[in-house]
Design a protein around this ligand. Structure first.
Ligand code: SAM
Length: 222
């Protein structure tokens, strides 16, 4: 996929979205966020939410979880910090600036990594997916809610035509499943365990990869 986004452009776009983000994107993604949190909490423990944005999903986590949120846009993070303080979200361990493609955490730091409506916004999706898997412990889960672009037909043509506009707004409309499939084909330590459509209109999906307990090379050698 051609590189159509860059970090500074995306951060700037979401700094501009920050004041109205919850109003525009709150209700439309509500059910997807709830589904993602349920998946992550089934694994439980320490959870990293990448692209936490205004922290709109943080109140959904139970008080038993320990959640770290990172995002590339300071304007969004300011909103997240206000929310944590206002709602006394004691399950939130830390909110910090951070890049999905270069996470500032050691390997295997989290039981689950959650990325909601983020992978289609990052410049290099495969690099971000590598990072999610790296910081997830073996047996842990990467939970993604994602744009699912059409594979063919009129919708695919429209999504392609909209790309110059939407990429300036901070997201891609053209985002086929093959981005995940190609990445997973190179990662035998990532097992696809969930792929199901989410509202609205099935243009989004919940996708979960479990990090293998031992990698395939080790398994073959055993
Ligand atoms: C569509 S918003 C989703 C926000 C939130 N997760 C939600 O459910 O509404 C995408 C978020 O990803 C963040 N983002 C984009 N690229 C990023 C990157 N490379 N690293 C971290 N966050 C990034 C944006 O700043 C923005 O807050």
């Amino acid at each position: 996929m051609a590189k159509v986004m860059d970090h500074a452009g995306v951060a700037g776009a979401y700094d501009r979205w920050a004041p109205v983000y919850d109003l525009v994107f709150g209700p439309v993604f509500r059910r997807g966020r709830a589904a993602a949190v349920t998946e992550a909490e089934a694994v439980g423990g320490r959870i990293l939410e990448v692209g936490v944005g205004t922290g709109i999903s943080l109140p959904l986590y139970s008080k038993e979880s320990r959640v770290v949120g990172v995002d590339i846009a300071n304007g969004m993070l300011d909103k997240a910090r206000e929310r944590v303080a206002r709602q006394r979200l004691s399950q939130v361990e830390r909110i910090a600036i951070g890049d999905a493609e270069a996470l500032d955490f050691p390997d295997c730091s989290f039981d689950a990594v959650v990325a909601q409506y983020v992978v289609s916004a990052v410049p290099n999706p495969a690099r971000a997916l590598d990072e999610f898997l790296r910081v997830t412990r073996p047996g842990g889960l990467v939970v993604i809610t994602t744009r699912m672009g059409a594979e063919k037909g009129v919708r695919k043509a429209i999504e392609h035509a909209l790309m110059p506009v939407t990429s300036r707004l901070g997201f891609r409309t053209e985002f086929p499943w093959s981005i995940y499939a190609d990445w997973a084909a190179d990662r035998p330590d990532a097992e696809l365990v969930t792929r199901r459509p989410l509202p609205p209109f099935g243009h989004f999906s919940l996708v979960c990869f479990r990090r293998a307990e031992i990698d395939n090379a080790a398994r073959a050698a055993a």
